[in-house]
Each structure stands twice: as C-alpha cells, then as structure tokens.
Design a protein around this ligand. Structure first.
Ligand code: PGA
Length: 240
C-alpha cells in the first residue's frame, strides 16, 4: 500500500490529479472511474485544468461514474451524476471517447445496474478507480456487510450514509438505496486511489489501514490490492 500524506486539501487534490494524468499518458485508452462526494472536487478541478491546458489527452480514454442514489437524476443537484456532469464533464473542453454516468432514476434500476456492468465489461477493467471513503468505511455504496465478490449492485443505504446524505441535498430527497460498482470491479482496477481529507476521516482511515480485513469495514479490502494509493491530508492521517 502506498500512503501519501499531503500538507493540505489542495496538495492532496493535485497529487491525485498528477497520478491520474501520468497513468493516462501511459494508458490513454483505459477506463477511468471517479466518485461523487465532497472529497474529489479539488481533484476534479485540477484534472479539468490539466486536460483543458492540453497537458493530457483524454480523447481515447473512457469514463464511468462509481455510484448513484436510487431515485436521483443527473439533473438533481446533489446527485453523483450531477456532480460528475457539472464539475467534470461540462468543464472539459475535450471529452472522453465513451462516458457512462449512472442514472439513479432509470425506470428499471436492475437494467441500469446491468448497463453499468456491461460498460465496465466492454471497456474495463478499470485502469484507475478513484474513491472517497464514507465514515463507515464504505467505498461507493458498498456498505457494511457487502459481498466482496459482487459486481455492480443495488444496496440498501447504511444508517451512517443516510445521516450524512443531507449535506448533499438537504431534505429534498430521501433515498433508501444506492447503485454502485461492486468491490470486485474496484479490486480489479489496475490502480486504486483513495482520497480523504479532514479530521472527521481520521478514525476511518486508521481502521481502513490497520484493522484486519472485514466486510464490516469495506475499505479494509484495499489492504489486499496490489497497487493502491491512499492520498490523504495531514488531518485524515492524524491517527496513523
Ligand atoms: P464525501 O463522501 O467525499 O462527501 O466525504 C465520501 C463517501 O461517502 O464515499
């Protein structure tokens, strides 16, 4: 495991961006997966800047989103798709070759799940999986007790996730389920980059890195990944 502790959020974001762009230069046709959430915003901005400045070419690369709240549309502010669209795709002056953003409001979530699997099967395995981490150690919406062998699936949201979700969209929506790439797809990624910042993530970062691997703390599975980077700020690293 590579643990990179950065001075602050901006340095963490830039470090992650540098690693992604370096990988893109070596593997310009790969499949790249980014998450939603607050954590990756700085990385999205740094990455957009690099692409728009012509420092890296994404025209042969493919893009997939990690997860989505069931019931929420790409146009719903606070959804992962909206976050991806506004903070990444709309800001890029050039686009990825193929892009798949999960639609949480699809008529058939089961069919939407299969579309996600098909896209990853067609263009994958993931070259880079960028992840945030939930306070309960979830990766995407792989919540406590998740089957580590699963591919894309629909899962009831954990209580911690439901408490935290109001920060994204207040009380406007109350999703009960999430749709997410599965742990097997994340673990098959050639490179995994987990980002975490702030003191509120210190406890779960300690557990993710030091607790024996268990599906009760899904992020512990990354201890078994051959090429994982924890890129975290000093506060998130404060209990290590
Ligand atoms: P956050 O969410 O980036 O908003 O902290 C992370 C997550 O729940 O995976």
């Amino acid at each position: 495991m590579n643990i990179i502790v950065c001075e602050n959020y901006d340095k963490m974001s830039q470090k992650a961006c540098d690693l992604i762009t370096k990988t893109l230069k070596n593997n310009p046709k790969g499949l790249y997966s980014f998450p939603g959430g607050d954590t990756p915003l700085g990385m999205f901005r740094a990455f957009t800047k690099a692409v728009n400045a012509g420092e890296v070419d994404i025209s042969q690369a493919n893009y997939v989103s990690l997860d989505e709240w069931i019931g929420m549309r790409i146009t719903d502010e606070g959804s992962c798709g909206h976050f991806n669209q506004v903070n990444l795709l709309d800001s890029l002056e050039k686009q990825f070759k193929n892009t798949h953003i999960i639609d949480g409001a699809a008529d058939s979530p089961e069919a939407e799940k299969e579309k996600l699997n098909s896209f990853i099967n067609q263009y994958g395995p993931l070259e880079v999986s960028v992840l945030g981490i939930g306070l309960n150690g979830h990766l995407g919406f792989n919540e406590e007790g998740v089957d580590f062998s699963s591919d894309a699936h629909i899962i009831p949201l954990a209580e911690t996730t439901k408490k935290v979700m109001t920060k994204y969209f207040g009380n406007k929506f109350s999703p009960e389920y999430g749709i997410t790439q599965g742990i097997s797809q994340i673990m098959n990624a050639k490179t995994v980059i987990l980002l975490a910042n702030g003191v509120k993530k210190a406890e779960i970062i300690k557990k993710a890195l030091k607790h024996p691997v268990t599906n009760e703390i899904p992020a512990t599975v990354l201890q078994n990944h051959p090429n994982v980077y924890f890129i975290i700020d000093k506060e998130a690293a404060s209990l290590l």
